[in-house]
Design a protein around this ligand. Structure first.
Ligand SMILES: *Cc1c(COP(=O)(O)O)cnc(C)c1O
Length: 470
């Protein structure tokens, strides 16, 4: 469905609609204040365009909904489990497939059996739940992304890549005994959804195999990553996404997967791996915390939705549109004077709030200032990916060390919004850019130790002469 015009056209039509509503400005103001300026506390129905996440928010296809009706809710051995395993093996090729209800349980199970206190887990960049799960087992997550991946203006085609020389150095310095596995996140969600090249995957895999360390993918957005390889990497133009996926997974020993992303499902995930012993240990723990081996915390109908969705995610027409739609929003924002991380990622556009609001210091969370402004201005929900989510604490002074970038993620749910919704989003962000001097920073009122951004309360900083929501 390649078209000769240079704008993306949805390769599907709408069969069911869900009404959405833009509340009046005064009402939005009241809501954001009641939520203590934490957008996780806002009711979804009070949001007009919800770009909080692309996780679990996909529109399922008619084919998936038909599969839902074929859900077999038997406790053991339901037929949807076998369809699930067949789909995963068809694409991923690993020997064992263990369903779980979402990605973080896959991480918890894998790290529970593999990671000991004092261990290190290198990754290109850990996702927040992956980071938290490694730390929860007493391990240290280590991010080894390439230098270009930290530079918001670099146009490297594979900014999600791992610094493989740094990986090898790290292994040599710390020793294989302290590194139970190496992970590679495709696409690199935390690093602006940037892809990883096949060449980089191959090199990382070679290093791991040379040192006898298992190599795992965090595969949540594997299909989008495959499309970027198809588009950008020499030698892959004539390969189908499925062929690229198979080659990619052939370099690994297993993966964790959140099927709420490229599974095109609203719930689901799995661990897939080759090692028999590891499979046994994970399955034992699975029964304790998720459920029996043939459902892993999912209903039969959920298993079927994933079994069908994961195949659809590799459809070239879908992937071409998906990545083009993200780029479309990125380009519109740039036109409106909003700084975004270049090039656009696979699932989201990341606005550089630090660059947009130079008058708000990192310690006042400029990303949160933009997140709140987007809701106030347009009823749009986005998420801060900056100090609130990723600040580290200096062990000596106890002070917060801000991450290198203060970003706001506009994640695009799969097959949900049309390009005219995205025009509206760009318009709203453009209005904020015009009056950016009026925006103020935030301070934290209360927080928790892990994943604090989900539950924290905030207060807007006061500055004389500036009205709220003006
Ligand atoms: C979403 C995500 C996870 C966690 O998956 P959940 O299904 O939300 O538990 C892990 N890694 C990456 C890269 C993700 O995007």
């Amino acid at each position: 469905m390649e078209n000769e015009f240079d704008f993306p056209v949805e390769p599907y039509r709408i069969k069911v609609v869900e009404a959405i509503k833009l509340l009046p400005r005064e009402k939005r103001e009241e809501i954001i204040q009641q939520a203590h300026f934490n957008i996780f506390n806002i009711r979804a129905e009070d949001v007009f365009i919800d770009l909080l996440t692309d996780s679990g928010t996909a529109a399922m296809s008619d084919n998936q909904w038909a599969g839902v009706m074929l859900g077999d809710e038997s406790y053991a051995g339901c037929k949807n489990y076998f369809n699930f395993v067949e789909s995963v093996q068809h694409i991923f090729g690993f020997k064992h497939v263990i369903p779980v209800h979402q990605g973080r349980v896959a991480e918890n199970l894998l790290f529970s059996v593999a990671v000991k206190s004092g261990d290190f887990v290198p990754n290109n960049t850990h996702f927040d739940t992956t980071r938290a799960n490694v730390m929860h087992k007493g391990g240290t997550p280590v991010d080894l992304i390439i230098r270009e991946g930290r530079d918001p203006s670099s146009i490297h085609p594979f900014k999600g890549n791992m610094d493989v020389a740094a990986l090898e150095d790290f292994i040599i310095t710390h020793g294989k005994a302290k590194i139970p596995l190496v992970m590679m996140t495709i696409t690199n969600n935390t690093a602006a959804g940037q892809p990883v090249s096949m060449e980089n995957i191959r090199s990382a895999s070679t290093i791991c195999r040379k040192h006898g360390i298992p190599f795992f993918f965090d595969a949540a957005r594997f299909a989008e990553n495959c499309w970027f390889i198809h588009e950008r990497e020499p030698g892959y133009r004539d390969k189908q996404p499925i062929e690229i996926a198979r080659e990619m997974f052939s370099y690994a020993d297993g993966c964790t997967m959140s099927a709420k992303k490229d599974g095109l499902a609203n719930m689901g995930g799995f661990i897939a791996l080759n090692d028999d012993d590891l499979e046994q240990q994970v399955t034992r723990l699975l029964i304790l915390i998720e459920g029996f081996r043939t459902y892993g915390g999912l209903s039969g109908r959920d298993l079927e939705a994933v079994a069908r969705g994961i195949r659809e995610s590799l459809d070239p027409d879908y992937l071409r549109f998906r990545t083009a739609q993200i780029k479309y929003l990125g380009d519109k924002l740039v036109e409106k004077g909003v700084p975004v991380i270049q090039p656009a990622g696979g699932h989201a556009v990341f606005v550089d709030a630090g660059a947009m609001f130079p008058h708000i210091p990192a310690s006042d969370y400029p990303g949160q200032a933009l997140t709140v402004a987007i809701y106030r201005e347009g009823g749009i929900r986005a998420v801060e990916i900056g100090g609130l989510m990723f600040a580290q604490t200096d062990p000596e002074t106890g002070r917060e060390i801000a991450p290198p970038l203060e970003l706001v993620r506009l994640a695009i749910p799969r097959r949900v919004y049309t390009n005219s919704h995205l025009d509206y989003v760009a318009h709203v962000c453009g209005r904020i850019a015009e009056k950016k001097r009026q925006l103020r920073g935030f301070e934290i009122v209360s927080q928790t130790k892990y994943l604090r951004h989900f539950t924290m309360k905030l207060r807007e900083k006061t500055q004389a002469g500036i009205g709220v929501g003006s």
